[in-house]
Design a protein around this ligand. Structure first.
Ligand code: PLP
Length: 385
């Protein structure tokens, strides 16, 4: 029967990140720098809100778009944070994590043969989601432009097949956060085309040197912008599966249809927890970001001492140093580091061909692990040099 299943599914591969994290988890003394989720517990009051919901038997379906009260909380968050108005009635859909938000938007806008442009290196789950719909991804190289998408390059890549541009800042895997001067020409270019913009801002609350600027802050983009957001990273809620999509009122009813056929609604106890996260526990995200900032400072200082050149990440919890000088592929570097020093990192090639020559280190792990892991990386680099 195998040959009868969807050929697009048979072609899918398990992401490279998994291989390294599975291998390191089998080692007693392994240090795992591959993890893409916070190591800090979900805030106490958020957990209590979910427990209360369960005890009150609030365990059924909700409105397909999510509890109205939660959509109001999301709307208030955008008003307070970015001074942007999203109407809870028809511009917000609560989803099963940012992942389902992405899938719902792709299913809403993509026809077979369409193309989506994505600056790369980038998160590895975008392309499979696009491929499954018979559309395709065209990657835009940002490895020579400090991980900033070049508006002229973007213009040259747009064809009549281009349906959308997907952006992810703060970026996984680079930690890049766009400044106002970097955003302005990009927004101008994006505004001049009849294409959708999907902005995955799941790491928006984890920035270190400057506040995140949201694409939603540019009114000229509003009629074509879908914002992908959620609480997985800001409130350590990856397993709660709680995200949301915001977009134009004309288009969101279509996203809602896809979402309701895909999942009916997001988990109800998670939705009650999310109300607490957005109304009462916004400070928790800032506290977590302060913890990551200390780790970021330590890791950048140590990598520099070791001689691994890196841009200082300004957001998310990843650093993306260059390993180009070692004359080996990023896969070989990661493979040998794991074999010889029991330290797992993700090869840059796991984030498209434009990530080759880099490795991704996640610092969503303790200071002790960071110190021990970097000691071993230093020893490994000395052996190579
Ligand atoms: N977008 C990016 C850039 C991510 O890195 C991740 C998870 O690592 C997701 C989306 C998925 O988020 P969620 O767990 O809310 O589905």
């Amino acid at each position: 029967m195998l040959e009868k299943i969807n050929q697009r599914v048979t072609k899918l591969e398990i992401p490279g990140t998994r291989q390294f994290s599975n291998r390191v988890s089998a080692l007693r003394d392994g240090i795992n720098f591959t993890i893409g989720e916070p190591d800090i517990p979900t805030p106490h009051s958020v957990k209590k809100a979910a427990i209360k919901a369960i005890e009150n038997n609030q365990t059924g379906y909700s409105h397909n778009a999510g509890l109205f009260e939660l959509r109001e909380s999301v709307s208030n968050f955008f008003k307070d944070t970015y001074d942007v108005k999203y109407n809870p009635e028809d511009q917000i859909v609560v989803t099963t994590g940012a992942s389902e938000g992405l899938r719902s938007v792709f299913e809403t806008i993509l026809n077979e043969g369409d193309e989506v442009i994505i600056p790369a290196p980038c998160y590895s789950a975008y392309e499979p989601l696009v491929d499954l719909l018979g559309a395709s991804v065209t990657y835009m190289d940002t490895s020579d432009t400090d991980f900033v998408p070049d508006p002229e390059m973007l213009r040259s890549m747009i064809t009549d097949k281009t349906k959308a541009v997907l952006l992810n800042f703060p970026s996984n895997p680079t930690g890049k956060v766009l400044s106002e001067t970097e955003m302005a020409p990009l927004v101008e270019e994006l505004a001049s085309h009849e294409i959708f913009i999907i902005s995955d801002e799941i790491y928006s609350e984890i920035t270190y040197d400057a506040k995140h600027i949201s694409f939603s802050q540019y009114p000229e983009l509003h009629d074509k912008l879908f914002l992908i957001h959620g609480l997985s990273k800001s409130h350590s809620m990856t397993g709660w599966r709680l995200g949301y999509v915001l977009g134009p009122s004309e288009l969101m009813p279509h996203v809602l249809k896809v979402h309701l056929y895909d999942t009916i609604c997001a988990s109800l106890p998670s939705q009650y927890a999310a109300i607490d996260a957005l109304d009462n526990s916004r400070h928790s995200a800032a506290e977590m970001a302060a913890t990551y900032r200390d780790r970021r400072d330590l890791i950048v200082e140590r990598l520099t001492q070791i001689g691994l050149k890196t841009k200082t990440p300004q957001g998310a919890f990843y650093v993306f140093p260059s390993i180009e000088k070692f004359n080996m592929s990023s896969f070989e570097f990661a493979d040998r580091l794991l074999e010889e020093e029991h330290v797992a990192v993700v090869p840059g090639s796991g984030f498209t061909e434009f990530g080759e020559g880099f490795i991704r280190i996640s610092y969503a792990t303790s200071i002790e692990n960071i110190n021990e892991g970097l000691k071993r990386i230093e020893r490994f680099v000395e052996k190579l040099s």
